[in-house]
Design a protein around this ligand. Structure first.
Ligand code: UDP
Length: 403
């Protein structure tokens, strides 16, 4: 019989869906579509009442327009007690939707890739007589919120040692957790080529060092000013700037003059090829971009981080010596100049160090774990135990009456 996998996610930022699709496609690749059926559900958009239904729309606006207030809310709620209040409140708001969701999507294993969903989903599952095994895949890299850690989950797969340690602090057992790395789509690893092949495919100069500037999928942060700061240095390099889905930025970049060979792109679907061709990445501290850069062996200069879930990403990159933090275009220009002046051998060493931090097999390790739990029997909940206990007592009572 086909195993059914239900992945709980929400489109708050691109990372949760990307992780969910990566796990789904790794399962299909490893097990085949005849053996497994995977469903992705956006818990907020599809199963929550107004205004929670609009969380996917509200989240990017909040983060982009009021970063500080987002950071304060994130940090204030990130204690054991407060996380419990947040998850209980959220549970009561979406309880009916969660119950309906589990009725409409029966599964042999449930995978959760969203911090806000993990605990309310488990609470709703505990109302059933039996529940499917529950696997949490943490998709923030380092500064992981307490909300991620659901003690009753069978497995909690985390991207870094820091995320593992936070899990222990919140009360999870070592045997419940495993450091797998963040899931990156199987297509990414399979599409990585040698630098020369990648440059040929992209039409870049085969010998000039390549600096790639990218502000996540949405071209966020001071991308234009940073590109101009690098441009002013008149370095012996080629510059590639990805505006992502930011059309205004794309337009602004396209109409500027550049001192070195420069490529301007909109949103690209061939990021593995682009990273394979790159020597230095300048980017915001997005978990997916950092993870992909590690797998591709591209050292990085970080210019920004979303306060809260991305703050630790900067420490991770800096403490592992795979990059630096340079918060202004001027500082970025200085670092790029310094790294290029150190010469190609130094860049090669930086690249090797970065690659050593990557987990290219993470998504397959995660898919194997999910597959393992898909074969586990349904788990009786407290509710079933209580019910059984009550029927026993009722039976005993009836016997007494007969006497
Ligand atoms: N990305 C892409 N094409 C682009 C720019 C970015 O596919 O033109 C991908 C990038 O490879 C990464 C994701 O978008 O997988 C960005 O995720 P990250 O967590 O770094 O930042 P976010 O955009 O979610 O804030």
């Amino acid at each position: 019989m086909k195993k059914r996998v239900l992945i709980l996610m929400s489109d708050t930022g691109g990372g949760h869906r990307a992780a969910a699709e990566a796990i789904r496609d790794a399962l299909y690749l490893e097990q085949g579509k005849d053996a497994v059926a995977v469903e992705l559900v956006d818990v907020f958009r599809d199963y929550s009442p107004v205004p929670l239904k609009y969380v996917p729309e509200i989240y990017p606006r909040w983060v982009n327009h009021s970063k500080t207030s987002w950071g304060v809310s994130y940090n204030l709620s990130n204690t054991r007690g407060r996380a419990r209040i947040v998850s209980t409140t959220l549970y009561h708001a979406i309880e009916n939707g969660l119950k309906r969701m589990f009725r409409e999507h029966p599964a042999d294993v449930i995978v959760c890739v969203h911090s806000l969903v993990a605990r309310p989903a488990m609470k709703a599952l505990m109302l059933r007589a039996t529940r499917a095994p529950f696997v949490v895949v943490v998709t923030d890299l380092v500064s992981t919120h307490h909300l991620w850690y659901e003690k009753r989950a069978e497995r909690c797969l985390v991207p870094t040692r820091a995320a593992y340690d936070t899990g222990l602090e919140t009360g999870l057992q070592p045997a419940q957790m495993r450091v797998t790395g963040l899931p990156v789509h199987p297509h990414f690893v399979r599409s990585l080529t040698s630098k020369s092949e990648a440059r040929q495919a992209l039409g870049w100069d085969p010998t000039l060092p390549a600096i790639l500037l990218v502000g996540g999928g949405d071209g966020m942060g001071p991308v234009y000013r940073t590109a101009r700061a690098i441009n002013e240095r008149r370095l012996n390099c080629q510059l590639i700037v990805i505006a992502g889905r930011n059309d205004a930025l794309h337009q602004q970049l396209e109409t500027s003059n550049w001192n070195q060979p420069t490529q301007i792109y909109g949103f690209r679907k061939d990021m593995p090829v682009i990273l394979a061709a790159t020597d230095i990445l300048v980017t915001k501290a997005g978990p997916a971009t950092i993870t992909e850069a590690c797998i591709a062996g591209v050292p990085m200069i970080l210019y920004d981080a979303i306060p809260g879930q991305e703050t630790g990403n900067v420490d991770y990159v800096v403490s592992n010596k795979v990059g630096v933090f340079a918060p202004t275009p001027q500082e970025i220009g200085d670092v790029v100049t310094g790294w290029l002046a150190e010469g190609p051998e130094s860049l090669r060493q930086r690249s090797e160090r970065t690659r050593a931090l990557g987990h290219p097999n993470a998504v397959f390790d995660i898919a194997e774990e999910v597959w393992h739990y898909a074969h586990m029997d349904a788990i009786p909940t407290d509710r079933l135990t209580l019910w059984k206990g009550m029927t026993k007592a009722t039976r005993a009572f009836t016997k007494e009456l007969d006497l």
